[in-house]
Ligand binder design. Structure first.
Ligand code: GLN
Length: 516
């Protein structure tokens, strides 16, 4: 079921193999009819992750990129919508001429060929993978996931035994006596079996580790070797999961079943993600969403930077519509994330003004960048009616991108993915990136209105990153750290390569903390 940790489980297994020198890639299957996650409400489905090719995809791809340190493409997120679209397009072209087009074999064939194509995809400099992880979202027994599980069944039959491995992730709830219950697992294994699928490994998720007695029980009931029952109790930090699974001996099971040459693990990644903290900072994020899942990549990017600086980053989520300004003074830094629509707008602008005037480190991302310009226009330049064209009438210091004018379809039509940005010498941006030309991921429809750029700069705001006439980074000089970006640096942050704006921000938070 969703929210169980299938994505982290798959990513961790990938990491375990990658630490042994195997090339690993990953595919996420989302059994919904949307073509991609772009138009879905992040408050319900979690963050929309943006890939370098501009794909707006499920947040699990973010976990794969971070755990495996690879760049994925849109083709690595398969949805029911994409599969049906492609089959229907082929039908219209006459590719199935004479045939009755059906779920089996046409939809299942399409699923298999998409999985194969993604597995063999050696783009983005990842090289050819030895192993492809395929995460099937949803719950066994759901109507939506049936064609995907059937495709998996067929694929397992077509390939040699050692070329596929089925891992089933299940929940082990606790009863009032504190005992772990195996019934849900027994039932879902039965449901899988009815579909012709037999699990080789069961990863048991619960608040507590699964003991050997329970493992024995699962092994007997579910017809698999006891070593194939892997306990995966909740841990405080997701990056510990691969290490925990290593202790369960999963690597040996993988070697045996996939007939891989057993190799010693390179443990550098483990040392990196378990580095000790010597400092601590407290960051406030002002958002209109009640769920943290909306900003997973921001949370992770703060963690990556924090680890690199041996600083634990504690995050408080402030409701943009309800927080009180004096609350902000207690933070070592304030972050205004991306977003869409009017709700919580004035709260975010208020927080930006507070950070600017009280000299609190500030990082603004996308909408946070646009609102930094709005706040500055209102309160420094005195343009009281300054606003973004997305939000209403007034002086539009933020205007629609010219190429977006007349765009009516909402799916996949924003300015998306990788674009270059040129940095200006002697600026904070240049200092934190240490190079003049950078590339970052984007997802926006609006930009700083070119008509006002000169006046805003004369007023003292510096646009330190640009792409042609497009403003990409703004900063306030004579401030400990005030930097906002039109792009989303959080999507490129990795444990091994923390994002420069996040490094600069956490470092500034640390300085503020030490001075207090
Ligand atoms: N809503 C703004 C735009 O479309 C900002 C988007 C974002 O924060 N991702 O430009």
């Amino acid at each position: 079921m969703s929210g169980l940790g299938k994505g982290i489980t798959a990513a961790s297994i990938g990491r375990i193999l990658k630490n042994r020198g195997y090339g690993v890639t990953a595919v996420k299957i989302d059994p919904y009819l949307n073509i991609d996650a772009g138009t879905m409400n992040p408050g319900q489905h979690g963050e929309v992750f943006v890939l370098s090719d501009g794909g707006e995809v499920d947040l699990d791809l973010g976990n794969y990129e971070r755990f495996l340190d690879i760049d994925l493409t849109s083709d690595h997120n398969i949805t029911t919508g994409k599969i049906y679209r492609s089959v229907i397009e082929k039908e219209r072209k006459g590719e199935y001429l004479g045939e009755t087009v059906q779920i089996i074999p046409h939809i299942t064939d399409e699923i298999k060929s998409c999985i194969r194509a993604a597995a063999h995809d050696a783009t983005s400099g990842n090289g050819q993978a030895d192993i492809c992880l395929v995460e099937v979202g949803g719950t066994v027994g759901d109507i939506e996931s049936m064609p995907f599980l059937e495709a998996v069944r067929q694929m397992r039959g077509e390939l040699p035994d050692e070329d596929t491995l089925l891992i089933h992730v299940t929940l082990f709830p606790e009863d009032s006596m504190g005992d772990l219950k195996t019934k849900p697992t027994q039932h879902s294994v039965k449901a899988l079996r009815e579909l012709g699928l037999h699990a080789d490994i069961i990863v048991g998720r619960g608040e507590r580790p699964i003991g050997s007695q329970t493992k024995r029980k699962i092994s007997a009931f579910c017809d698999l070797a006891q070593q194939g029952v892997i306990s995966a109790a909740t841990v405080p930090d997701i990056y510990q999961v691969p290490m925990e699974m290593e202790k369960e001996g999963i690597a040996e099971v993988l070697f045996q079943y996939l007939r891989l040459e057993p190799r010693e693990a390179d443990t550098r990644w483990y040392s990196l993600v378990s580095r000790e903290y010597t400092n601590r900072v407290h960051v406030g994020i002002v958002s209109k969403y009640g769920v943290e899942d909306v900003y997973i990549s921001i949370k992770e990017a703060l963690k990556h930077a924090g680890r690199a600086l041996s600083t634990e980053v504690k995050i408080s989520w402030l409701d943009a519509e309800r927080y009180e300004e004096p609350q902000l003074a207690e933070f070592d830094g304030i972050l205004i994330p991306g977003g869409f629509g009017q709700r919580g707008l004035e709260g975010k602008i208020g927080a930006l003004g507070y950070a600017r005037t009280r000299r609190i480190p500030l990082l603004g991302l996308c909408l946070g960048f646009q609102l930094s310009v709005v706040e500055f226009s209102r309160n420094v330049l005195g343009w009281k009616d300054a606003i973004s064209a997305e939000m209403g009438e007034g002086r539009h210091v933020i205007a629609i991108l010219p190429e977006q004018e007349g765009v009516t379809d909402l799916g996949g039509t924003m300015r998306l993915g990788n674009y270059p940005v040129t940095l200006r010498e002697n600026t904070l941006a240049m200092k934190i990136y240490g190079q003049k030309e950078i590339v970052e991921r984007h997802r926006h429809r609006y930009e700083v209105n070119p008509e006002y750029i000169a006046e805003i700069e004369e007023g003292g705001m510096v646009f330190s990153g640009t792409w042609r006439n497009r403003m990409e980074i703004c900063e306030i000089p004579d401030h400990p750290f005030f930097l906002a970006t039109q792009f989303h640096p959080e999507f490129r942050s990795r444990p091994t390569r923390p994002s420069p704006p996040f490094m600069g921000f956490v470092d500034a938070c640390r300085t503020r903390r030490s001075r207090r």
